[in-house]
Design a binder for this molecule. Structure first.
Ligand code: MEV
Length: 433
């Protein structure tokens, strides 16, 4: 990878974009050809992935530009249907570059498997017995995946919990902590939990009911931080020269106040976190990972203190620069599952040049933080509609039947009139015919 900056990328024709991308990434066009939908997932391949296949479903794939993550330039593939997301992330990554980009830390790739044990007579004694047998239980769980062992993964710890308050009364839950290295890990963890079940029944005298991974992967966290220099924040609202420009201080304080709203109020936090997930999911999907797992983990983590709140934090440093932070569970893999079967996901991972699942997790949280910043900056200043308007207008123009050059023309007129509606698009189109 040479650079994640490709000035003028937006204005290039599609094929040229791919050429520029390959050049910037230091890859051949061939290596990236699966990013083109015509070379993506074929029906026959899809037929092996799920049941009752009749075809495939496409989403636009855009490239998040300008990202520097832990000092490394990264071009980020993003699969998403919503306008403004890719542009927003790229723009904020550009602002962050001046402050060194994104700094990322990740915990060990440890997943939690849950084993529910019912019918245990004495929960405290059974818990103690389980801890006494911990070493042999871990050794047993360790055997399920020799390949994972070879790469340094395997069973790490066992925790016993007593769930006191449930609709069926108290019961035991065993948590198996499993290092899954570069895999998402669901298969290894579920297999290990199933393997332990008979032994757990023997030790506790109860019977094992559920054996399944937890998506609240709070031992597999990724955290991104960035500093946006004050001078990067001020701007003149586009097309509104009569208004005075926003100062850096105004934008910074506006972003902090917007974050404070989400920190204090679940109604706002849901939308604020949705904005984060706009970026996160787009990369998770593009790399063939399980976005439902990531969504479940994110929102459960956001509610971990008993009240749903913001996943990110915004503040200022001693020099008055804006500082941002995002920490969330990030159970993504680069081996196994769709990441290795889906041709577009394979090309997407190649483009990013990530060598480990932790590196991928770091890029994803950086995109989440950038996306959050894009939304807060817009909301705290001009509002979200101005930026959305022109892309939305194009979609409405297409829906009204505009093709080729008509799309831009109809969209531009609707934006100028501040009326973006399908009936208006149809009227404008009729007049051009
Ligand atoms: C829209 O997809 C996302 C936003 O609503 C996020 C936010 O409000 O922070 C703009």
């Amino acid at each position: 990878m040479t650079t994640a900056r490709i000035p003028g990328f937006y204005n290039l024709p599609l094929d040229e974009r791919l050429e520029q991308l390959a050049k910037a990434a230091g890859l051949s066009l061939d290596e990236l050809s699966a990013l083109k939908s015509s070379n993506g997932l074929m029906d026959e391949q899809a037929d092996h992935m799920i049941e009752n296949v009749v075809g495939t479903f496409s989403l636009p794939l855009g490239i998040g530009l300008n990202f520097i993550v832990n000092g490394r330039e990264v071009l980020v593939p993003m699969a998403i249907e919503e306008p403004s997301v890719v542009a927003g992330a790229s723009f904020m990554a550009k602002l962050a570059r001046a402050g060194g980009g994104f700094t990322v830390t990740t915990s060990a790739p440890e997943m939690i498997g849950q084993i529910q044990v019912l019918g245990v007579k004495d929960l405290i004694t059974a818990s103690m017995k389980l801890y006494e047998h911990k070493a042999e239980l871990l050794a047993e769980a360790d055997q399920v995946d020799p390949l994972l062992n070879k790469f340094g993964g395997g069973a790490r710890d066992l925790e016993v919990r007593i769930i006191e308050d449930s609709p069926i009364g108290a019961f035991l839950v065993v948590h198996l902590i499993y290092d899954v290295r570069d895999a998402m890990g669901a298969n290894a963890v579920n297999t290990a939990c199933e393997k332990l079940a008979p032994h757990l029944e023997e030790i506790t005298g109860g019977h094992v009911h559920l054996k399944i991974l937890s998506n609240l992967a709070d031992k597999r966290l990724a955290k991104a931080a960035c500093t946006i220099q004050l001078k990067e924040l001020g701007f003149q609202p586009e097309g509104q020269d009569n208004l005075s420009p926003y100062t850096g201080e105004q934008v910074r304080d506006g972003i902090i106040a917007a974050w404070a709203f989400a920190a204090a109020d679940p109604y706002r936090a849901a939308t604020h976190n949705k904005g984060i997930m706009n970026g996160v999911d787009a990369v998770v999907i593009a790399t063939g990972n399980d976005w439902r797992a990531i969504e479940a983990g994110a929102h459960a983590y956001a509610a971990r203190e008993g009240r749903y709140t913001s996943l990110s934090k915004w503040g200022k440093d001693e020099d008055g620069n804006l500082t941002g932070e995002l920490e969330m569970p990030m159970a993504v893999g680069i081996v196994g599952g769709a990441t290795k079967v889906h041709p577009t996901a394979k090309a997407a991972l190649k483009l990013m040049g990530v060598r480990t699942a932790a590196e991928l997790a770091g890029v994803i949280v950086s995109v989440g933080l950038a996306q959050n910043l894009a939304a807060l900056r817009a909301l705290a200043t001009e509002g979200i509609q101005r930026g959305h308007m022109s892309l939305h207008a194009r979609q409405v123009a297409i829906a009204a039947g505009a093709v080729g050059k008509q799309i831009e023309m109809v969209a531009a007129q609707m934006v100028a009139e501040k009326t973006v509606r399908i009936d208006r698009a149809e009227e404008i189109l009729k007049k051009t015919k």
